[in-house]
Write a protein that binds this ligand. Structure first.
Ligand code: SAM
Length: 272
């Protein structure tokens, strides 16, 4: 870890129930398919910024009897991940609080070091990748996946969703983070010293009635109640009426019969 670490990065989403519920819908299959070919029984894996741990527990099942460690800066979300492991009776996983910039593991510990939707929230993603590389075994992999906010597209055109995008970009950048992370992953991996970098991309799509309802409800709530709302107000980027209007716009989009929302994700497998 270098001398000036951004220990106090502000996490744009926060851990409101509406946020963690959305993250808990993720699985290894729907969010980390690009990693699956690299998982073998007996592999050791570190999942950095694991959130509520649904992807982490899936990994544990796939590498069993190998050991999986989930790490997150938030002790609250770590407690939720621990409860999930107990509920699912996954025994080869542990969850610990920690910081991606200062991983409390010796050099060359893990076969796979993974971070899903984490780098976009950091003020120094390159330093985070260097630290992930440090704890990966030689010949092991560092695997990262991040959305690209300006790459998102939707239909129909709802002005409040344009407002939402503009507000999200302003808040994330005010926090020193990079919301258009997906397109930068190759560059960040190269800057972190990786020479063997394999890029891919994959989408999340919300275009069935059920998917639209889910996505509209998630963001309709987050805009009003999560850290996104608190930061929008605190930074003076929006007022309560603006947030109410944007939330209503999400619900209007969710009640369309033909709505579409596409989230592109950049992915990188980097050899340690
Ligand atoms: C968008 S969530 C992703 C959670 C999980 N990987 C998933 O995809 O469901 C980002 C997570 O990174 C964590 N995080 C943010 N900054 C971190 C840091 N410096 N060190 C470790 N975790 C961090 C947050 O607490 C949050 O749980």
């Amino acid at each position: 870890m270098s001398a000036q670490q951004p220990e106090e990065d502000v996490y744009t989403h926060g851990h409101h129930e509406s946020v963690v519920r959305a993250h808990a819908a993720r699985t290894a299959e729907n969010s980390a398919a690009f990693v699956l070919p690299y998982l073998t029984p007996g592999s050791t894996l570190l999942d950095v910024g694991c959130g509520p741990g649904t992807i982490t527990c899936d990994f544990a099942a796939l590498v069993s009897p190998g050991h999986v460690t989930g790490l997150d800066r938030s002790p609250d979300v770590i407690a939720q991940a621990q409860a999930l492991a107990v509920e699912r009776e996954v025994r080869n996983v542990e969850f610990v609080a920690g910081n991606i910039y200062d991983l409390d593991f010796p050099d060359e510990t893990f076969d796979v070091v993974h971070a899903h939707q984490v780098l976009q929230h950091l003020t120094d993603p390159v330093e985070a990748l260097r630290e992930m590389r440090r704890v990966a075994k030689p010949g092991g992999i560092v695997a990262v996946r991040d959305a690209d906010f300006h790459g998102m597209s939707w239909y129909p055109e709802i002005p409040e969703l344009d407002e939402w995008m503009d507000l999200y970009q302003r808040i994330a950048r005010r926090n020193g983070a990079e919301p258009d992370a997906g397109r930068r992953l190759v560059s960040w991996a190269q800057s972190a010293g990786f020479t063997d970098v394999a890029p891919t991309s994959s989408n999340w799509l919300y275009a069935t009635a059920q998917q639209r309802r889910w996505q509209a409800r998630v963001w309709g709530e987050r805009v009003l109640h999560s850290a996104f709302a608190e930061q929008a107000l605190e930074y003076g980027f929006a007022n309560a009426a603006d947030l109410a209007r944007i939330s209503a716009g999400w619900h209007r989009w969710g009640s369309t019969d033909d709505g579409w929302f596409l989230i592109p994700n950049g992915e990188v497998i980097a050899r340690a």
